[in-house]
Design a protein around this ligand. Sequence first.
Ligand code: FAD
Length: 498
Amino acid sequence: MGPSRIFPSWRIFLALRCIFTLLVFTAVSTPPEDPVKCASGNTDCTVTNSVGIFADRSTCLAANVAYPTTEAELVSIVAAATKAGRKMRVTTRYSHSVPKLVCTDGTDGLLISTNFLNHTVRPDAKAMTLTVESGVTLRQLIAEATKVGLALPYAPYWWGLTVGGLLGTGAHGSSLWGKGSAVHDYVTEIRMVSPGSVNDGFAKIRVLSETTTPSEFNAAKVSLGVLGVISQVTFKLQPMFKRSITYVMENDSDFGDQAVTFGKKHEFADFVWLPSQGKVVYRKDDRVPVNTSGNGLYDYLPFRSQLSAISAIRRTSEETQEKFEDVNGKCVSAKLTSSTLFATSYGLTNNGILFTGYPVIGYQNRMMSSGSCLDSLEDGLVTACGMDSRIKGEFFHESCVSVPLTHIKSFIDDVKALVKIESKALCGLDLYNGFLMRYVTYSSAYLGRDTEALSFDMTYYRSKDVTPDSLTETAKRNVNSSPDLDRTGKPKLDLKSL
Ligand SMILES: Cc1cc2nc3c(=O)[nH]c(=O)nc-3n(C[C@H](O)[C@H](O)[C@H](O)COP(=O)(O)OP(=O)(O)OC[C@H]3O[C@@H](n4cnc5c(N)ncnc54)[C@H](O)[C@@H]3O)c2cc1C
């Protein structure tokens, strides 16, 4: 149903809900804590991720953590650890990957944090390049590029990822245009510090680029953090431009055909598919001339800070629905969540304050990504990011699959067939705003994609307290359907989107 066909009482209801939603997502928040914690100074440490727990519910141990502030310090840290034959891994400011990529095995490894490798090295407006240290966050990268009138064309939608982490995992936004949506395909040079021989002084700085070292460069563009510590990265950027975004909700009857062609029509297209409701939200998102009027802002509602008390109520309600297997309750909550997000334009505003209608037009740096909960005032956890593990808030599994465009129609038809068999089975997904579907394409990176595809992000409920030893009778009965446990009741390793 389009907004213009909504009855007046519904309009009042929606308006009240929008006001409530904006009140719930407030402007201040306690920032997330460091994922590395040490019992004494920088020794005897643990590392976790931004949700406070890895996929197998473990926390990893390390003998100590080092915080280099310059490349020279980084080289001496890697050299000393290499000489001592120690295992090393790189950790970042927030550590957003769900798999245990940052863990060394055993307890005597070394963590190298990029928290303070967060400086801009060299902006070059004429060459349209920007060199930064690897601990720079996406938010900083966007801001630094903007200062010299440049823009990164495609990126993940969340500000908290670092340049090293983006390259480590092949992170992406959504596009089939240009070189596609993966950040690593806009990199021209990587400086990496790796273990070296005695003659190298036990550490080596490798300068990798497409022109001088193409094979090493293509290996390092997506490295899973195993080839060395990325010290600095140079990006090839574009002149600042504007985008025009319109969200349209339609039924999903012809979605299989639309999914194949929509990404060719709109440069930044993506979809939110709500299979249990038979709906798709199409994001019509195009580049427009920089002199087009508009100063829109994308400040995605779930990435704003939230009142911890409200997060706790939502989590309690979800746990109650799980406990009583209340599928109908889940479906009602899912509809409420997705319609509220749609009615509040997902946090898009035409001028940074108010949403007055589509299209929303704004500069790329204001429209591409968000995460305002990350950088706010300390307020003793009265407010926080919704996924902050110190509050009773969101706790979920996240999985991702990429489906080649050549198979997308049959994949969508298969999901629809499942919904036909059990119409409410996917309400749990819709509760987390359904499938987020984004376009990805070929990359020269060895661990990059080899075809045009749609990447499906799926987020869904995860229990906080299920362990094999503490299973309640109900949980034991449900063990086969728990995403956390295998048939024997042991925790399962799950695959998380990279
Ligand atoms: C809320 C949220 C939103 C997200 N949105 C997106 C999205 O829109 N698109 C997308 O593709 N993904 C997304 N992700 C997943 C995310 O891209 C990856 O988890 C990302 O790699 C995490 O970056 P990070 O800086 O937190 O790195 P970490 O998780 O800390 O590290 C990831 C890997 O990179 C390695 N690494 C990090 N820095 C370096 C370095 N300097 N040198 C060598 N290795 C290094 C680490 O050792 C590790 O192996 C999202 C995740 C969350 C939690």
